[in-house]
Design a protein around this ligand. Structure first.
Ligand code: FAD
Length: 475
């Protein structure tokens, strides 16, 4: 058995998982002076030739940025990202329309996942009290003793002990397995019927093939495709579709027929320049569609020995772009509690569970909701009207009405409070609209009864009003 501490007087914190949340968390603990040991199952991705894993890029927003700011990395990461100010909706006929994410100047950032992970690991390594251990796959651990068993790729096994074990080992967490053996641990996991597949859209004549500062969306009701820009002027397109639909497409011809029908504007853009159809046919079959899981559990801690964070505690479906952001915010919340309760883990960990579980469950539910909003609701005129109206009200009364997306993406309003406020705002706005519509209908009926007009005189101004509202952009 090996005692991981180099200074026996200081507490050893073992961070299991050197992914996005684990690497960032290591920095938070190191700043507090703990002896931090990170154990990552994979080899060091900074030296790996190919990086296996999930999405190539992801959307970083306010919560994630705030966490990076705490460890002095915000500016660096932001400078390596591409701002996306609005969604760009691609209709089946190729018509484009944009829906801003927030006010002028508010944007989310497309960042390269592997690069972000590399930067975080390098940052963690700058602390003399942090050690990164790659090729260490957690097999088992004891909540009583804090003893962990790791498997190495050469077949050897290593036993290491820590005072605090932080489970940042992702959606299929090995740390969480111990929790499942305990009484009063609630756990649920849901696979959605959709899978995802990534396709690359290369640069066209050395430039982005589409406008870069947007998150492009092709909503097709039961499925959708999105595309996020990369620094090398490519776009990563992600097709989200029910597995049974993926399975129906078995030949190159079927791929082309599918894209001609649903995403005709992307055919010349996806794949290699010169022979886009061949590249699309090939890329589609390169990797099978990947599954998406939503995990909820509670509590997040065992005594003062262990805490789950990031996807290990709350894997969410990717449709709100908040999985990593929520995981990064976990690190700030725990750190704030460490400060408030003077690092007394027997108080900090239960408090962390008490505060964080409702928020993580709220973002898990919102992500499920957005799963439908992104692929279907954005096609609805009522939805677009409400989005514009919410943005208009936000511009006029910024304290009274804050769109849900703004609260989630551009503030640190606790997720569960954002949801409560959203329900309340919806009630008030829909009630107001109903009242206004009833009043207008009554007034109009009285007017018409007194003085029947030419129908065109009514229809044209109504059409003009509608198109003005739809074209309106927040300042
Ligand atoms: P992971 O990134 O899964 O890292 C876990 C780490 O633990 C890995 O390095 C793994 O090798 C290691 N590990 C696993 N088991 C062991 C073990 N037994 N022992 C030691 N190490 C182990 N989020 C956003 O905020 N914005 C987005 O736009 C976004 N887009 C996404 C798109 C897709 C398609 C998907 C699938 C997810 C997306 N997410 C997004 C979610 C985001 O990817 C996750 O929330 C984030 O990666 C969670 O980080 P993590 O460190 O908790 O887990």
């Amino acid at each position: 058995m090996e005692e991981a501490a180099s200074k026996p007087s200081s507490k050893v914190v073992a961070v299991v998982g050197g992914g996005l949340v684990g690497a960032l968390n290591a920095c938070f603990f190191a700043r507090r002076g703990f002896q931090v040991q990170v154990f990552e199952a994979r080899e060091d991705i900074r030296r790996a030739r190919t990086v296996k894993g999930r999405s190539i890029n992801l959307a970083l927003s306010h919560r994630g940025r705030q966490a990076l700011k705490h460890v002095g990395l915000e500016e660096k990461i932001v400078s390596q990202g591409i701002p996306m100010h609005a969604r760009m909706i691609h209709s089946p006929s190729g018509k484009l329309s944009s829906i801003p994410y927030g006010r002028k100047g508010q944007y989310i950032l497309s960042v390269d996942r592997a690069n972000l992970n590399r930067e975080l690991l390098t940052e963690a390594e700058t602390y003399p009290n942090t050690q990164l251990n790659f090729d260490h796959k957690l097999q088992d651990w004891s909540a009583e003793t804090g003893l962990m068993t790791f498997a190495r790729s050469d077949g050897s096994v290593q036993e290491i002990q820590a005072q605090l074990i932080v489970g940042c080992d992702g959606a299929f967490s090995a740390v969480r397995k111990q929790f499942l053996r305990r009484s009063r641990f609630n756990y649920s996991q849901t696979y959605i019927p959709h899978g995802y597949m990534e396709l690359t859209m290369p640069p066209a004549d050395g430039e982005f093939a589409m406008k870069p500062n947007y998150l492009h969306i092709w909503p097709r009701n039961t499925f959708m495709m999105i595309a996020l820009p990369n620094l090398d002027k490519t776009f990563t397109c992600t097709l989200f579709m029910p597995f049974e639909e993926f399975e129906k497409i078995t030949t190159g011809e079927e791929v082309m027929a599918f894209f001609h029908k649903h995403f005709p504007d992307t055919i010349p853009l996806i794949g290699a320049p010169g022979s886009p159809a061949d590249a699309l046919r090939r890329d589609y079959f390169r990797l099978p569609a990947q599954a998406m899981v939503s995990v909820k559990c509670s509590p997040y801690h065992i005594g003062d020995k262990c805490v789950l964070m990031g996807d290990a505690a709350h894997a969410v479906v990717p449709f709100y772009g908040q999985g990593m952001n929520a995981g990064f915010e976990d690190c700030i919340v725990l750190d704030e509690m460490m400060e408030r309760f003077e690092e007394d883990l027997s108080v900090v960990l239960p408090e962390y569970t008490r505060v964080r579980v409702p928020d993580d469950h709220a973002i898990a539910d919102l992500a499920m909701y957005n799963y439908i909003e992104m692929r279907a609701h954005v096609n609805s005129r009522w939805f677009l009207f409400r989005k514009r109206l919410d943005n208009l009200l936000y511009a006029v009364m910024p304290k009274a009405v804050i769109p849900l997306y703004t609260m989630v993406t551009f503030t640190r309003t606790p997720y569960h409070e954002a949801v409560e406020r959203w329900h309340w705002q919806n009630k008030v706005i829909n009630g107001g609209l109903l009242l206004g519509a009833t009043g207008a209908a009554v007034g109009l009926s009285c007017l018409l009864a007194k003085n029947p007009p030419d129908v065109n005189q009514l229809v044209r101004p109504a059409e003009q009003l509608w198109s003005r509202l739809m074209a309106w952009r927040p300042a």
